[in-house]
Write a protein that binds this ligand. Structure first.
Ligand SMILES: [Ca+2]
Ligand SMILES: [Ca+2]
Length: 439
């Protein structure tokens, strides 16, 4: 296979009409390697004329061999139907904060001897774009919002004065800007800890949302201030997760409360901020109530949020805005001093925080609210955890009233224990005394 070269045959070798061949050779060219035929000049002024072109293909052999063919070319009448320069325009993406009136792209359509007017006929339901009817310049007519629409596929139309139309599309893409600050899910988070909560325990998870995308919604949380008696070493806030944790032990500080101011900042801590408040109340055992049920502690843990929702409804009907805190989820405790553990059941120990008093809701009140609704709670419990998942009773952490229950704190409890010890030790001592007296 040799290489073939193409050329237009010279008028000196005409097989037909000399004048036509001559004219065609001046008007058209053929690419030597590809054989593609092109116009040398604009042929608009010669509509409906026919040209015959003789193309020769020649190899480089020895001897040289060649073949030829005739190409008949008809010049059509120029289009009076408008034609856009492309079927789809793709302008550079534009910012959602682009000013109204900013030009995006110019669309162009052509038709012979016709005045063209442009219009938008689709893809712009909210009327956010305009096209200049004469120039074809497309611009923004209203503010854009990436959070609502990220792209538009506009249909533009070219209309001639004689009423012929043609369409094209413009794909406008909008880019995000950081135009939303983070917003916390609550304006006040209520939380509680107990005197025995160990350091680095989770207190509450704070969460903010940001309507933007990407880095514009990448949040970092930080603790910005604490109430006067709290130092920065009292709590710590995980910057990525928003999890608030204790940073020390709280000892015998029942009734103490801490007001914290917390912020969330986008652009990974470099952008816009939103803030919220957190109230952390310190409770102890006297503020708690135990919900005893015939369900494993794991089952309670897994359905904790749903169960708390039910309890919260009852609580908030009595103490507006109050929040529940889970102090402990453990096995069911039995025996006189609750010294035995039964893992087929569980004890859910909770207390409540009153935002008005900034104190724990008194344990006796909490007992009254919950035990008063035991039947309702029991059916809700079984609905969430399945049949047979009975809520048995609501008790004070140290048993029923009158058995060293309500109103007995750790210090009081310790005193009782010492008294019992004195009595227990005193009895043998007395017996020894009696014995020695008799001797
Ligand atoms: Ca943002
Ligand atoms: Ca945005």
């Amino acid at each position: 296979m040799g290489q073939v070269q193409y050329f237009v045959a010279k008028p000196s070798t005409p097989p037909g009409s000399a004048s036509l061949w001559s004219a065609a050779a001046d008007l058209f060219a053929v690419h030597a390697k590809t054989g593609q035929v092109t116009c040398r000049i604009n042929l608009n002024q010669r509509p409906l004329e026919t040209f015959e072109l003789l193309i020769v293909a020649r190899d480089r052999g020895d001897p040289v061999m060649e073949a030829n063919t005739t190409v008949s070319i008809l010049i059509l009448q120029p289009s009076i139907v408008p034609r856009f320069s492309t079927d789809l325009y793709r302008p550079q993406p534009i910012s959602e904060l682009s000013p109204v009136g900013m030009s995006i792209i110019t669309v162009t359509a052509m038709a012979v001897n016709q005045t063209i007017s442009y219009s938008i006929v689709g893809g712009d339901a909210k009327g956010q774009f305009r096209v200049h009817s004469e120039s074809g310049v497309l611009w923004t007519a209203r503010d854009l919002d990436f959070e609502l629409d990220q792209a538009y596929k506009l249909v533009v139309q070219a209309n001639t004065s004689s009423g012929l139309v043609s369409d094209s599309q413009v794909l406008v893409t909008v880019t995000d800007e950081n135009d939303h600050a983070p917003v916390f899910t609550k304006s006040l988070y209520l939380a509680g800890i107990t005197e025995t909560t160990p350091p680095f325990s989770s207190v509450v998870r704070l969460q903010a949302t940001d309507a933007d995308s990407g880095n514009n919604s990448a949040l970092l949380y930080s603790l910005i201030s604490t109430s006067s008696h709290a130092t920065i070493t009292t709590f710590l806030l995980e910057s990525q997760s928003g999890l608030l944790k204790t940073a020390r032990l709280f000892g015998a500080t029942r009734g103490q409360h801490y007001s914290l101011q917390v912020s969330a900042t986008d652009l990974n801590g470099e952008g816009l901020s939103g803030s919220t408040r957190v109230l952390v109340v310190v409770a102890n055992e006297v503020d708690t109530q135990v919900l005893v049920s015939a369900v494993t502690p794991t089952n309670i843990e897994e359905n904790k949020e749903e169960l708390l929702n039910e309890l919260r409804k009852i609580l908030q009907a009595q103490v507006p805005g109050a929040e529940l805190v889970v102090a402990e989820i453990g096995p069911k405790r039995l025996g006189d001093a609750f010294q035995n553990e039964d893992y087929t059941g569980s004890d859910l120990t909770i207390f409540a925080v009153d935002p008005l008093t900034k104190q724990p809701v008194p344990g006796a009140d909490l007992h009254k609210y919950l035990s008063g609704k035991l039947l309702d709670l029991n059916s809700a419990w079984q609905e969430i955890l399945g049949p047979g998942s009975k809520l048995e009773n609501v008790r004070h952490p140290r048993g029923p009233l009158g058995r060293g229950g309500a109103g007995v704190g750790y210090s009081e409890g310790a005193l009782i224990a010492i008294s019992v010890l004195i009595v227990v030790c005193a009895v043998p001592a007395t017996l020894i005394l009696i014995g020695s007296y008799r001797q």
